[in-house]
Design a protein around this ligand. Structure first.
Ligand SMILES: [Zn+2]
Ligand SMILES: [Zn+2]
Length: 341
């Protein structure tokens, strides 16, 4: 486990010489909750999960990212494994009081209930009734999912509280839906701006149309702007959102490798294969499309994440980086779980 300062210097050097940050796993700084509160004002980006979903894998956790601004952590997406990844990064789930969900595919929201459950336990351990509730911000149905997770937690809570007089979880968790582009959150440190992207192309008669939306999110912090693409196809709204950003944390997909993996592992009826290919081709980004996006938006750095297919045992991801570099001349980093930038 490297010290945080060393890891940050290592990444800076890596960026400057334009190398792919894949030769060594650089773990996030291990910090105690007390240290979090005392950290100086700065913006740390920690990749918690860099795999595409929805199938859990050994080598990459499901999508999640952490921004730590002035010592305060903000979570972006809550894919499966996020609570454990937070522990690896030196945070308790209860340190996180603001969570942002880009969209409600299961790989991005599966652990909302786990986060709430462990935070309820941790809040009771800390016994600080003045701690604010945990607020989840996301597309339509975020409040519905938080309410459902509260119901899920309720069974365990009933059992715990039968033996120990713990504080109830009621009013400790809030879900806030947003459905319009623009500023969706603001506090004394950050401004979060959302732009609906092109991840959902549903048939006009599907039950999702008019209900579900997928967003890219931009975080402007003191001295740093970081954009999370979420899942998306090519999107002019994302290009505008990412304009001149310091960092674009962007999904990436190898279409042919993904389809090969789909066909090898999913026993789909042959008629469904073209529909899956269309989803992959139109609603995600190839390395070349990431490069075009980054070049048009004039971002200063690209960090690749949400690797698809992201199979276990893949140590060489240079072709993803090479594809981006065909169009974007700035630094391109191949993300890994717990990489800090
Ligand atoms: Zn995804
Ligand atoms: Zn998705």
């Amino acid at each position: 486990m490297f010290a945080g300062r060393i890891s940050r210097i290592a990444h800076l050097v890596s960026c400057l010489i334009g190398l792919i940050a894949m030769s060594a796993t650089v773990s996030a700084q291990q910090v105690s909750s007390a240290a979090v509160a005392q950290a100086p004002a700065s913006t740390r980006l920690i990749l918690l999960g860099t795999g595409a979903g929805p199938v859990p894998r050994k080598d990459r956790s499901q999508p999640a990212n952490l921004l730590v601004v002035g010592g305060r952590p903000y979570l972006i997406d809550a894919g499966n494994g996020v609570a454990r990844q937070l522990a690896h990064a030196g945070f308790a789930t209860a340190d996180v009081r603001n969570v942002f969900i880009t969209h409600h595919h299961i790989d991005h929201n599966a652990d909302i209930g786990a986060l709430m459950s462990f935070t309820w336990i941790e809040d009771n351990k800390r016994n600080r009734p003045d701690t604010p509730p945990v607020r989840f911000y996301g597309p339509p149905a975020t409040a519905e999912l938080v309410a459902a997770a509260q119901s899920f937690l309720g069974v365990s809570e009933r059992i715990f509280r039968s033996g120990v007089p713990m504080r109830p979880s009621a009013q400790r968790f809030e879900g806030h839906d947003f459905s319009v582009d623009g500023v969706v959150y603001r506090d004394d440190q950050i401004v979060v701006t959302a732009a609906e992207n092109t991840h959902y192309h549903h048939a006009p008669d599907s039950p999702s149309v008019g209900k579900d939306k997928s967003y890219s999110l931009r975080f402007d912090t003191p001295g740093r702007s970081i954009v999370f693409s979420g899942d998306t196809g090519p999107s002019e709204a994302l290009e505008r959102l990412a304009a001149d950003a310091d960092v674009l944390v962007c999904e990436v997909l190898d279409l042919e490798a993904t389809m090969k993996e789909v066909e090898a592992t999913m026993k789909l009826p042959p008629a469904m294969v073209p529909a899956v290919r269309r989803h992959m081709a139109e609603q995600h980004l190839t390395p070349e499309q990431v490069g075009q996006l980054a070049q048009k938006a004039r971002v200063k750095m690209v960090v690749l994440t949400h690797f698809s297919p992201g199979v276990d045992g893949q140590t060489d991801v240079s072709h993803y980086v090479d594809g981006v570099r065909k169009h974007f001349k700035g630094p391109v980093i191949a993300g890994r779980d717990l990489l800090e930038l």
